[in-house]
Ligand binder design. Structure first.
Ligand code: ATP
Ligand code: MG
Length: 305
């Protein structure tokens, strides 16, 4: 049954690897040396599943190909960001069982901050702006509205809460207190640079990247590395540029179909209750899959096979 995801739910067994962790979407494995039987402490196989989460629940329903789309799109971006920031990718040579949706990565000490960048104002950023005229301590011009373009991308970090609890907005000073001034400055600079570069590239394909969340890890030598996934429909809001009209909510290439159905009368589910959400109707699964494929294809200009 669906549960508020538990961090250590066993991933499917994978010969030659030991399962170390599962997040809402990814299963992490460490390679095991076939001769000595020793676990490699320096690398991880990051396997993106077809799981989908919404409102802090991992649903029973899977979205076919979602894991492969997230992995392939992240790889596409890592390449195009490589001159801005080093990334965790070691190899895409992975077991056949997980081909296309897994990468071998450097195992990093993850920075305990969700590095969020915003280029347009929406969601929780808009809520905070309306209350205070600022987001995460960044003051913004007056008169902005839903989906307004910001003068420049801003850094609006949150805590990285354990699964089942909520990430909370924090100020830049709080990031400094957590990770030190030098790392905080790098997080801010890199996050906004990734979003700016992302928008430059996506604009050529008629896509706006409203906001995104990136995660960084630290190498044993102290250097900061871009990890996890990057500029995917799970971590970002992508809007078709041709439909962009500030002042109203935008259509987005993401799991909005899932959220809309779960909160509709048809699902019969109470978002604020304790009961897990019901399985998704196949039409919602299919629309969501099509949206993820469309995000991949419009941004990369490649066909998803
Ligand atoms: P979490 O489980 O951390 O709350 P999540 O549900 O979004 O977040 P997933 O994306 O499903 O997590 O799983 C990916 C996990 O792997 C995350 O905890 C992420 O921080 C971690 N991770 C990603 N890249 C690396 C890396 N290179 N080294 C170590 N951990 C990593
Ligand atoms: Mg994640």
């Amino acid at each position: 049954t669906t549960a508020r995801a538990e961090g250590d739910a066993a991933g499917p067994p994978l010969p030659g690897y030991v399962h170390v962790y599962s997040g809402k979407v990814r299963d992490l494995y460490a390679p095991v040396d076939p001769v000595t039987g020793e676990t490699d402490q320096t690398r991880l196989l990051l396997v993106a599943s077809d799981r989908v989460s919404a409102y802090d629940w991992v649903l029973d329903s899977l979205i076919p190909d979602k894991g492969a789309i997230l992995t392939q799109l992240s790889l596409w971006w890592f390449e195009r960001l490589a001159d801005l920031v080093p990334n965790h990718v070691v190899s895409t040579d992975v077991p056949a069982q997980v081909a296309g949706r897994a990468v071998l990565v450097r195992r990093l000490q993850m920075v305990p901050v969700e590095a969020i960048g915003r280029a347009y104002l929406t969601g929780s950023g808009l809520v905070e702006y309306r209350e205070r005229g600022s987001v995460c301590g960044v003051s913004l011009p007056q008169g902005l509205t839903e989906a307004s373009r910001l003068p420049e991308p801003i850094f609006t970090p949150t805590t990285k809460a354990p699964i089942g609890s909520h990430d909370e907005a924090i100020t830049y000073e709080e990031v400094v207190a957590q990770v030190g001034a030098a790392t905080a400055a790098q997080l801010r600079r890199l996050t906004t640079a990734i979003l700016a570069r992302g928008n430059e590239i996506a604009a050529q394909r008629g896509v706006l990247i409203a906001d995104t969340k990136v995660e960084f890890g630290i190498e044993p030598d102290g250097s900061l590395v871009l990890a996890d996934e990057v500029l995917t429909p799970d971590s970002s809001r992508f809007w078709p540029a041709s439909e962009w009209v500030p002042g109203r909510p935008q259509r987005s290439y993401d799991k909005q179909f899932v959220r809309d159905w779960l909160t509709s009368a048809e699902s019969g589910w109470d978002r604020h209750g304790e009961q897990p959400p019901p399985a998704l109707p196949s039409s919602v699964v299919e629309q969501t899959r099509a949206t993820y494929v469309a995000a991949y294809e419009s941004i990369t200009g490649r066909r998803f096979e």
